[in-house]
Design a protein around this ligand. Structure first.
Ligand SMILES: [Zn+2]
Ligand SMILES: [Zn+2]
Length: 329
């Protein structure tokens, strides 16, 4: 099969012919139709996440169909369309797993990081961590639901019942969160890189009531803010934008250092928290909610062998909505 391989940071992904993997016990072999790209893939390629398996096939927003099941697997019939998210496996026995927080599992394995992912024509996945894809979502439109959507949804949940919600960084996750937040009757205030008029127009199109640059103060005091951009300086900016009791949620897996800030912008029971990974429950909830909103994902397609170009476009903020590798059908 054709695959894009990561050999270590500082090197572009390499197109290679490798054997189709065999599904082990508890696994399914999937023919990959599409795989979304994510900022986390950039952090892996840039060496900002320290524990990738090498060589690695990245990609953790996989839409594929079941080709064959390994021993002991009867969950999905051959041909069923399923999605594979970032959370690839958990131990099931650690304190976190036993308390409904498998996203924090001490021994988790992540797709496209510690397990091979979807930048390839085939992949194997632990069947317990696959989701059925909701009807009505073509492969390309479904792919971004699997990380941008899931992590966005978990981040939104952490924002509590905030009515006025700020979103910093208007990429794949934000364009989905905005639609869900609107559906829930919230107002979304979108913050982009300064001068990104296109991004701000896109945010308004998706339903933001206001869009401006991250240095600007919104017209109204916010109840919560979600930061999707990996820039630490947004944390004090967001703290200044939220009112008393406001929550600042950091939705990314990596962020540059947060600059020092005076205590009085945290005072007044404001809080800062991160969101890590996802649980299967988040997945089930979000994938049943998405068609009811309905969430419509805006995607920019790339062929599999253009994965490096897709990542470069993501890096410079040139993707409207979500980038997706079109792999097969
Ligand atoms: Zn565990
Ligand atoms: Zn991701």
């Amino acid at each position: 099969m054709r695959a894009m391989i990561f050999d270590g940071s500082g090197k572009p992904l390499r197109l290679a012919e490798v054997p189709v993997p065999e599904p082990g016990p508890g696994e399914v072999l999937l023919k990959v139709h599409a795989c979304g790209i994510c900022r986390t893939d950039l952090h892996i390629v840039d060496g900002e996440l320290a524990e990738p398996k090498l060589p690695l096939i990245p990609g953790h927003q996989i839409v594929g169909s079941v080709v064959r099941s390994g021993a002991g697997v009867g969950r999905f019939a051959e041909g069923t369309r399923v999605g594979v998210p970032w959370l690839g496996a958990t131990c099931g026995t650690c304190r976190h797993c036993r308390s409904g927080r498998e996203n924090l599992c001490d021994h988790a394995l992540f797709t496209g990081y510690q397990r091979n992912g979807g930048f390839a024509e085939y992949t194997v996945a632990d069947v317990r961590f696959c989701f059925p894809i909701p009807d009505g979502y073509p492969d390309l439109q479904a792919a971004p639901l699997l990380c941008a959507g899931l992590i966005g949804y978990r981040s939104l949940t952490m924002a509590g019942d905030a009515e006025r919600l700020g979103v910093y960084g208007f990429g794949a996750a934000a364009h989905i969160v905005t639609q869900v937040a609107r559906f829930q009757g919230r107002q979304v205030f979108a913050f982009t890189r300064s001068g990104d008029a296109k991004g701000q127009a896109f945010a308004r199109e998706m339903g933001a009531v206001w869009a401006g640059s991250a240095e600007e103060r919104p017209p109204d005091e916010l109840d919560a803010a979600i930061i999707f951009a990996p820039a630490g300086e947004l944390v004090p900016a967001a703290l200044r934008a939220v009112g008393k009791g406001g929550i600042v949620v950091c939705g990314g897996i990596h962020m540059s250092d947060i600059p020092r800030f005076p205590y009085d912008i945290l005072w007044g029971e404001r809080s800062i928290r991160s969101v890590a990974n996802l649980t299967r429950r988040d997945g089930a909830e979000f994938l049943s909610l998405a068609p009811r909103v309905p969430v419509r994902t805006e995607v920019q397609p790339y062929p599999l062998e253009a994965a490096n170009e897709a990542l470069a476009d993501l890096r410079r903020g040139a993707i409207r909505g979500a980038g997706v590798l079109v792999v097969g059908s």
